[in-house]
Design a protein around this ligand. Structure first.
Ligand code: OSB
Ligand code: MG
Length: 367
């Protein structure tokens, strides 16, 4: 199957409300969408990086440059039998997993479309309905946070993740627990602590958190193992897991009990499948993380979440939590039970709204 052409676009989409983590407050997204033409059909994907190098080294402008100058020229005009071959074409580019993932992921979508099957079935997914959680950012007041949680629970979401940082952590989680004693609750620190905070983090054990996500340095696995031995709360690694070898290392060291798999961060579907297999063999559950994706990236996340070891609710939630109007049709909706149904339509599983994308587009380049 030949990759005949590629179009890379940047779309700008305002979030319906700001999203704040320990590293930044986000109000508007600048998202790269990639469209590959393969044997006459379009495969779509999204580059899942942020606008600035705060979550990881990747960011929108750099990813655009990597794709235009280095990655797409290695792929356009080339043929594959299975999309899993594509990662090897791009292996000489060090890092930039999210940029490279876009090429492989778009090829998967086109490949599934050509096979007449929904992407999730081509991946080996088994779950027709995926369990959903929400990630709630740092708010201006605890009252705002409690109201946001109540809204999400009323909408049906099965698990609440609260962003934390020093100064917005122990007291806030305590308040949340007092108001919602029985919910599945977790915190995400986005690397805001060091090992000197061990005693402080140990106090979170009293809240019965489902997990504590990436408390220490973004590039660390070893010290998380030391922290995990001091905590009852399970640690979940996010930022630190870039490929299956990191997952294997984290398992071997006891650095975490759960892994958040992000499709872009690990470098695409075949890398995510490898992490899935390694964690499944080690009986370590995983869930699908989110990067405030548009409908295109969200559709990929839904497909990934249908794999059997994605047994915990992910950060894959309804389009309307992010956007006044999404770029896919139908929009992603969550049931009153807090689930998303895997789509039956072939390929991406959703129609891409080309006219809306063109309206939101800041620039596009064809290769
Ligand atoms: O750490 O999981 C994270 C958003 C941007 C960058 C990092 C993270 C997040 C989220 C949002 O938690 C998840 C989502 O709703 O897409
Ligand atoms: Mg995280």
């Amino acid at each position: 199957m030949k990759i005949e052409a590629a179009t890379l676009r940047e779309i700008r989409m305002p979030l319906v409300s700001f999203f704040e983590t320990s590293f930044a407050r986000m109000q508007q997204r600048r998202i790269l969408l990639l469209e590959l033409r393969v044997e006459g059909v379009s495969g779509w994907s999204e580059v899942t990086c942020g606008e600035a190098p705060f979550y990881s080294h990747e960011f929108t402008d750099a990813a655009a440059m990597v794709l235009k100058e280095f990655a797409l020229p290695l792929a356009v005009g080339r043929s594959f039998e299975h999309p899993r071959e594509i990662a090897a074409w791009l292996a000489r580019i060090r890092g930039h997993a999210m940029a490279k993932a876009a090429i492989e992921n778009a090829a998967w979508a086109a490949w599934a479309e050509l096979a007449g099957q929904p992407l999730w079935r081509m991946l080996g997914g088994t779950r027709e309905e995926i369990p959903c959680g929400v990630s709630i950012g740092i708010k201006d007041t605890v009252q705002d946070l409690l109201e946001a949680i109540a809204r999400e629970l009323a909408a049906g979401y099965q698990r609440i993740k609260v962003k934390i940082k020093p100064g917005w952590d122990y007291e806030v989680l305590g308040e949340v627990r007092r108001h919602f004693p029985a919910i599945l609750l977790m915190g995400d620190a986005n690397s805001a602590y060091t090992l000197d905070d061990t005693e402080h983090l140990r106090r979170f054990d009293e809240f019965g958190l489902m997990m504590l996500e990436q408390p220490l340095w973004h590039d660390d696995i070893w010290l998380h193992a030391r922290l995990q031995r001091a905590l009852r709360t399970p640690i979940c690694l996010d930022e630190a897991i870039h490929h299956v070898r990191d997952a294997e290392q984290a398992i071997a060291l006891g650095a975490c009990k759960i892994i958040n798999v992000k499709l872009g961060r690990v470098g695409g579907f075949s890398a995510a499948l490898a992490v899935h297999a390694a964690t499944q063999a080690a009986a370590m559950p995983v869930w699908c993380g989110g990067m405030l994706e548009s409908g295109v990236g969200r559709a990929h996340n839904i497909a990934l979440s249908t794999l059997p070891n994605f047994s915990l609710p992910g950060d894959v939630s309804a389009s309307k939590r992010y956007w006044s109007e999404d770029v896919i049709e139908p929009e992603v909706e969550v049931s009153a039970q807090g689930t998303i149904r895997a789509p039956e339509r072939p390929g991406l599983g959703f129609a891409v709204r080309r006219e809306r994308i063109e309206k939101l587009s800041a620039w596009e380049v064809a290769l």
